[in-house]
Design a protein around this ligand. Sequence first.
Ligand code: PLP
Length: 367
Amino acid sequence: MYDPQLELLIEPSTHPHSEAGRAARLEAPGFGRYFTDHMVTCRFADGAWSAARLTAYGPILVDPAATALHYGQSIFEGFKAYLQPDGGVASFRPYDNARRLADSARRLAMPAFPEDRFVGLADALVRQDRAWVPTRRGESMYIRPLMFATEPILGIRPAKEYLFVLLAFPAGPYFPQGVKPVTVWLSEEYVRAAPGGTGAAKCAGNYAASLLAQAQAAEEGCGQVVWLDAREHRYVEEMGGMNIFFVFQDGETVTLVTPELTGTLLPGITRASILQLAPSLGYHIEERRVSVDEWRGSIESGRMVEAFACGTAAVITPIGRVKSRNLGNWTIAGETFGPVAQRLRAALLDVQYGRQPDSFGWMHRIL
Ligand SMILES: *Cc1c(COP(=O)(O)O)cnc(C)c1O
């Protein structure tokens, strides 16, 4: 079947999971472990995107000279669709992901994928695999757009051929045992991003470069790395795949502070949503630099009462303890899930699951 509006050829899988097989996977979906029955692919060649195809999920043929494998022109996105109280399905801010993919593409000298088409194709995939949308509390369907260079030419220049891919998978609750504060490691040895680099792009290479520090953090008993600025190793930037917020309290006044977007941070959509939402909950917001000294000092003085990380996968994760080689070790809020982080998390989830009115127009109805 061909959908002319989406320029999408729909060729349903001839071997979808049985109902029992799907149910078994939905019983304990994990994160990125089991994919749905279909995927979307769309090729770029001769200066244009072709018709897309919705086909059975499965391996794709890639030339070993494809430049993404050698030189790393590879970018991705991630957003979620949620079951709504009336049985429908809606995704959270997909147009923002479409725009960010286009921004990442620009930074890596790749062609942009049209933003309306990005959303339309993601909707088509969710509609096709609607039976995979999990129904239990805290679960969702995660959509993973990916785009990489396929041109088999090892001269160094932007490739002229690309593949855009959409995958989807059922995602279990990030904290099945309840939200638990994470211990973080301040990386003094490695940097994630430098001024002028690719820190603001959601590209594969940023992740590859972070894995060694992540392994080091794990050895130190930490769940996440906190990256510091490349110049002075002094200012807090973000975590491996989440942005950071600090909660300051002065009498009745609660202020959420998050590092400003300097070009070395990934502009998270959860971050932007919290900044938009916070004033309606009575919180002040500030985007500015926060040094490690200020972090430690304001915990000691009691001015900072909470710190948390935020991103699509886990929504909000409280930070309970900070460890480092030379910059000190401290705990935050007695390693509890603080009330501000709790309230923000609940408010975001309520909008995403359609339990509260969507006053910011964030939700995109699919079904
Ligand atoms: C994706 C990502 C985030 C979080 O972005 P969201 O849009 O909120 O999911 C933060 N930091 C990095 C490095 C990321 O890749």
